[in-house]
Design a protein around this ligand. Sequence first.
Ligand SMILES: Cc1cc2nc3c(=O)[nH]c(=O)nc-3n(C[C@H](O)[C@H](O)[C@H](O)COP(=O)(O)OP(=O)(O)OC[C@H]3O[C@@H](n4cnc5c(N)ncnc54)[C@H](O)[C@@H]3O)c2cc1C
Length: 275
Amino acid sequence: MSNHTSMQVKLIDFAAAPLEKLYAAFRTCYSSETPIEIWEKIEARKISHEKIREFIGERLKTGHSSPLEQVVFWFAIANVSRSLSHQFVRHRVGISFEQQSQRYVKFKQDRLAFVMPESWRRAGLEDDFAALLDRTSELYARALKAGIPAEDARFVLPNAAPTNFHVMVNFAELLHICDVRLCVRAQWEIRRMVAMMRAEVKRVLPEVALFLQPKCGENRMGYCDESLEDWQKCPIGRVRPHKAALFELHDRYGSRKAQALGDAEYRAVEEKELL
Ligand SMILES: Cc1cc2nc3c(=O)[nH]c(=O)nc-3n(C[C@H](O)[C@H](O)[C@H](O)COP(=O)(O)OP(=O)(O)OC[C@H]3O[C@@H](n4cnc5c(N)ncnc54)[C@H](O)[C@@H]3O)c2cc1C
């Protein structure tokens, strides 16, 4: 009998009026009006929802990304593996994690729960996987019984051990996480989790979720910057171009060929008039 667990992802909350906050944050930068005046207009509905949406859409096409840090989401995530958690906590900017502790929590069930990749099932090794986990469960229980503290007993627990998160993340970082973790270069489990985070946002804020895409998506970078070999294997490669193809087009139809930057180009970007 399997003790395999199922991943759960729930959007707990988000900072109120995220679109309006984005609008006001961007507008403050480009307007002679004060942010208070901008908010008065928003609250008096002098700026239509459509205008807010359009303005944000245009700003999101640019590199002006700090206003996105002013919109925040909270997620509850359960039953992901310790393999995933190790990957997830590598994100360090604009995200805050609380993770279930293996020091303070003693796992007391007879058979420890675990996350098992489908590849083990496909390979016909599901029973061997479960048997090893059974032996691990038994040893872990014996260790606790022998007075070994949970923080030391956990040394026998595998990457398959499930864990839980309470996460706060801002929109800029969520976009970045989707860029790299919805890309098929990321592992299936974290890809699934981030896809579920996106689905949760889409449920309540479809206009915001529109931008939560892998980096090759039409609302993000728009092309694949991974290796040509990975792009060729990617199931969405057939609808998104690889960077090599863009350079090829540029060279074929552009007025000048793309070439390495030299002193003249560095001097050109130094010229203040260009800005
Ligand atoms: C497909 C894939 C394979 C990977 N393989 C490996 C691997 O083999 N080994 C391994 O160790 N890791 C691996 N990683 C993890 C990866 O190296 C990053 O640690 C992880 O994706 C976290 O992302 P980030 O660095 O963009 O941090 P985030 O905190 O998500 O960064 C957010 C943004 O801030 C920028 N930023 C963050 N910190 C700094 C800083 N100190 N200075 C300047 N800019 C900063 C980032 O560049 C990014 O633009 C892999 C990740 C992916 C997606």
